[in-house]
Design a protein around this ligand. Structure first.
Ligand SMILES: O=c1ccn([C@@H]2O[C@H](COP(=O)(O)O)[C@@H](O)[C@H]2O)c(=O)[nH]1
Length: 307
């Protein structure tokens, strides 16, 4: 997966991943009304509205970006229909040639992790039939349970050309409460970074980066720079740009000397761009997808300034 991702970043000249985190408040009225007419004001209608919204966003940006990152929570809250919209969104994005990072943040003991791994990035067996279920190219994981909770996913990275992004330093305001604890001579996030880097050695891609990447929040520039030094062969997924307040210069340290090594996520800042001050006088509700396209172009220019 990591080699495909790097190739797509080089082709689009854009290390941006569009976060597909739909909320009903982001979906324009005309899409919601259609869904409500069909299914009433139900979870099924919300899921339908999300899928139509996502398709329009994907159509507007697929030639500009290498990847999308659907956030499973947004879909899961609406139950089985929401999960169907999550999977349908993934399949549509893949049809358009995008790499899909499923933000599912799983973590459990090995025997349970096997089930998550099979469902998300492997295959499930029903008697003598084998099926791919969720279709993500890569997923996010929480490392808190240690190596045996990660290992089940690693076999699938090799077998099915998939990838992982493991939380190392998250972008949220309270991430330091645990991740910045002193453990001996270093901080916990540094120790976790070293571990993730070590685990990644077993699943190296062809371009100098491992199929096991790390999530490193753009909101912590010093820690991002430190982790880039500690983890030279680990690709970073960098959330926190835009809506969470991080700017291009905050995340510059996450990249390597060739301007590679990281992909920057923006969700609300792109998919709901038409509601933002900067774009709302230029784009109507009906033009929400064009606004997203312009936000992607602006983000690419912004990142180019620091790479
Ligand atoms: O440390 C982390 C890990 C994951 N996220 C996720 O990224 C997006 C960010 O959305 P924005 O709208 O661009 O703020 C969202 O899905 C988070 O769950 C993160 O923000 N920080």
């Amino acid at each position: 997966m990591i080699d495909r991702l790097i190739e797509k970043i080089e082709k689009t000249k854009n290390p941006t991943v569009v976060g597909l985190d739909p909320r009903l408040g982001f979906v324009p009225g005309f899409i919601k009304e259609e869904a409500y007419e069909l299914y009433g004001k139900t979870p099924k209608a919300a899921a339908r509205a999300f899928y139509e919204f996502n398709k329009a966003i994907i159509d507007a940006v697929y030639d500009l970006v290498p990847a999308v990152k659907p956030q499973v929570a947004m879909y899961e809250q609406y139950g089985p229909e929401g999960i169907k919209a999550y999977i349908d969104t993934i399949l549509y994005a893949k049809e358009k040639g995008l790499v899909v990072i499923g933000d599912v943040k799983r973590s459990d003991i090995a025997s349970t992790a096997e089930a998550y791994a099979d469902g998300h990035i492997g295959r499930v067996k029903v008697e003598d039939e084998v099926h791919e279920v969720y279709h993500e190219d890569s997923i996010t994981l929480n490392p808190y349970l240690g190596y045996d909770s990660i290992e089940p996913y690693m076999n699938h990275c090799k077998a099915y050309d998939k990838g992982l992004f493991i939380l190392v330093k998250t972008s949220n305001p309270n991430s330091g409460e645990i991740q910045d604890l002193d453990v001996g001579e270093e901080k916990l996030y540094e120790r976790v970074g070293r571990l993730v880097s070590k685990w990644g050695e077993a699943v190296m891609g062809k371009r100098g980066y491992s199929h096991i990447g790390a999530v490193v929040g753009a909101t912590y520039p010093e820690q991002g720079t430190r982790l880039r030094q500690l983890m030279p062969h680990t690709f970073f997924l960098v959330p926190g740009y835009g809506a969470q307040g991080a700017t291009a210069k905050d995340l510059a340290g996450c990249f390597d000397q060739n301007g590679l090594g990281a992909i920057v996520n923006s969700s609300r800042g792109i998919i709901a761009a038409y509601q933002l001050e900067k774009y709302k006088n230029k784009f109507s509700d009906k033009e929400f997808a064009q606004a997203a396209r312009e936000a992607v172009i602006d983000m690419r220019k912004d990142l180019e300034r620091v790479l």
